[in-house]
Design a protein around this ligand. Structure first.
Ligand SMILES: [Fe+2]
Ligand SMILES: [Fe+2]
Length: 270
């Protein structure tokens, strides 16, 4: 199975990058499933029902999120009506929405899991224990054909640790939240694809997607300043292309995707 996973969509530039490039990538690489983290799609803060629809129309199948999921309050009543929109699975038990989904892809089942880290982030339930719980009923290559984990976390150490913790039991662990792609795409010894951060879909002439002047001034002056706005130059789509083995569910190939905007272009070999 061929899966495209894209990092945090930031504002209009990020949405436009998805709309512009995902349909072409789907065709070109015969992609079966597209998973996109959309926690910053609405002006950098959260997402709305309308923007979810726009991303689905562009060819996205599953939306994941993270710490910004509730920034637009309208998403709270909406999330239970949209089974393809996930929030971290280790949020408190009574939280609206779901943290994982078994998605049907051409007769096969794929489990997508959204988790959030705890290092330098808000206190949450243990993501390692939650992952263990979820994997009890979803054995890779038996119950589901592939398992993709979006680990939305700040610390590279926590992300790497979760990658090794899950190695051999899921198809891929891909990090989000840092808004910068890391150069460590690899298949771990047990067969799980891993990249510490997928990077953002957004304008890289910015500070993690937001206008660079006010964001820089805040560091210089240590004053709060105005509400941050997304940078509006051409966005780069940052993602990861994953090929899984249809029998074992483990990774056969993993390679970064960077297209459009300022970052050096990288497209996987066919
Ligand atoms: Fe983000
Ligand atoms: Fe985040």
């Amino acid at each position: 199975m061929i899966i495209l996973f894209c990092g945090d969509v930031v504002g209009r530039s990020g949405r436009d990058a998805v709309k512009q490039h995902v349909p072409m990538l789907r065709r070109e690489f015969e992609i079966d499933l597209v998973v996109v983290n959309a926690e910053n799609a609405a002006g950098g803060f959260g997402l709305t029902e309308r923007l979810c629809g726009e991303l689905y129309d562009a060819g996205v199948d599953i939306l994941t999120t993270g710490n910004h999921v509730w920034d637009q309050r309208q998403i709270i009543p909406y999330i239970d009506r949209d089974p393809c929109l996930l929030r971290p699975a280790n949020f408190p038990k009574a939280t609206p929405g779901a943290g994982s989904r078994v998605h049907r892809v051409g007769g096969r089942s794929v489990l997508i899991i959204n988790l959030m880290g705890r290092l330098f982030m808000d206190a949450l339930d243990d993501p390692f224990a939650r992952l263990d719980d979820l994997l009890v009923d979803h054995r890779l290559g038996e119950d589901v054909a592939a398992i993709v984990v979006d680990f939305h976390a700040e610390a590279s150490s926590e992300k790497m640790a979760l990658g090794h913790f899950a190695d051999g039991r899921v198809s891929a662990v891909f990090g989000t939240h840092c808004h910068v792609p890391t150069a460590d795409a690899q298949i771990l010894p047990g067969g799980t694809a891993y990249q510490t951060d997928a990077g953002m879909c957004g304008d890289y002439d910015s500070v993690i997607g937001m206008h660079k002047e006010p964001a820089t001034r805040r560091f210089v002056t240590k004053m709060p300043g105005e509400r941050p706005q997304p940078a509006e130059g051409e966005g780069t789509l940052c993602g990861i292309l994953l090929e899984t083995d249809d029998l074992s569910g483990l990774a056969r190939a993993v390679e970064p995707v960077r297209i459009g905007g300022r970052l050096a272009r990288h497209l996987p070999r066919h």
